[in-house]
Design a protein around this ligand. Sequence first.
Ligand SMILES: Cc1cc2nc3c(=O)[nH]c(=O)nc-3n(C[C@H](O)[C@H](O)[C@H](O)COP(=O)(O)OP(=O)(O)OC[C@H]3O[C@@H](n4cnc5c(N)ncnc54)[C@H](O)[C@@H]3O)c2cc1C
Length: 411
Amino acid sequence: MEQFDAIIIGAGPAGMMAAIRAAERNRKILLIEGNDSMGRKLLISGKGRCNLTNSCDIENFLEKFSRSRAFLRNIFAKFFNDDLMSFFEDAGLKLKVERGGRVFPQNDRSVDILNVLKTKLKNKNIKVLYGVRVREIIAKDKKIEGILTYSGGHFLGGHIVVATGGLSYPKTGSRGDGYKIAAKFGHEIIPLKPALSPILIKEKFIRDWQGISLKNVRLALFTGSKKIDERFGEMLFTHFGLSGPAILDISASVYDALELKNEATISINFKPALDYEKLNARLLREFTANSKKSIKNIFKNLLPQGIIQRFLEYCSVNGNKTASQITTEERKKLINGLFDLRLTVGGVVSIEDGIVTRGGVNTKEVNPKTMESKLIEGLFFAGEVIDIDAKTGGYNMQAAFSTGWVCGDNI
Ligand SMILES: Cc1cc2nc3c(=O)[nH]c(=O)nc-3n(C[C@H](O)[C@H](O)[C@H](O)COP(=O)(O)OP(=O)(O)OC[C@H]3O[C@@H](n4cnc5c(N)ncnc54)[C@H](O)[C@@H]3O)c2cc1C
């Protein structure tokens, strides 16, 4: 039976990078992928554009991770955003940096990222098996020997990298297999939760706002009167609730709040740059200059058109009233609505529909200098299967590539 130096399970960003780095070191590698093609999740990432990393400095970068920052510092010290960008640029792929430091391929095509990886795998003669799902890892006396597949295949290798991804978007191949494999070897799996998930909202009127996106809003999460978390940025109304970067980033706190208190509300501040006096002055100015105009017309200067009708109903203000008919009390209601439109959270979408999985292999049981298990010699972990998750902005993909690279440097 053919013996490999290392077998890598999963051809996502983490597994592919591990294979490439190990092959650069002349290791004989077998990369096994359950799907009939590699990098399925990578292809749909960033809405098909793949936000592969973020150009910010290390301190700002680490801040975006929910935990495990000390663990990641070791890993990023070896392979960080500049290394990843050079990896692709040296292969002839042009990249661009967008707002917030988000890095994309210049032509907005994630397939070009995948093609660079595929070419490197091919040029380095890495053996890739498609459509083969690994069932278990074989070990004797706490030492790795090889793997068994669901179809009865048996492959030998003294180093195994588990790069099977998380639990989100299982149709891309990440069905949580790695958690079972790790648990079998005694690894603690930190409870799995959806992170970066759209949020379900109970109020039905927001369905009329479906498809409308807002920039520069402030979101606040409350349980009762207690503010739990806050975010600033972009959001989107969907047919079931809220999505978009700021919502995804606050969603893990929403999940925790619901688990703890079973209720939560989200407040949208449409005008976070203004305080009460300034907004009041702005409304007074608008109302005086347009005294004969209906309030629903005047609000076109303040909110997206599609929101206005329902917003005015929420504030209990008749949109057909002219500005001169608006009472002081009604103006106060409008200001309160603009600063604090309160929505009741019905839940977060399931873990399968979240963008990333929070939880996974406990980082305390993995050596960040090598990515090797501290429990079993020869067992390595890379990517989302580990308890690592970050906000939106390219951080998750970089973590997958970096942990993969460190694995490849040590197998
Ligand atoms: C819709 C969406 C958009 C995203 N956009 C971005 C973005 O723009 N930027 C960003 O930073 N992050 C983004 N992410 C997150 C990012 O894609 C993941 O964090 C990253 O892909 C994780 O890489 P990975 O290699 O660990 O796992 P995956 O990419 O999930 O790859 C795991 C691979 O392992 C294979 N596998 C699993 N089990 C087995 C088995 N038993 N045997 C053989 N093979 C197996 C799977 O088929 C899969 O190919 C997005 C996620 C989603 C769902």
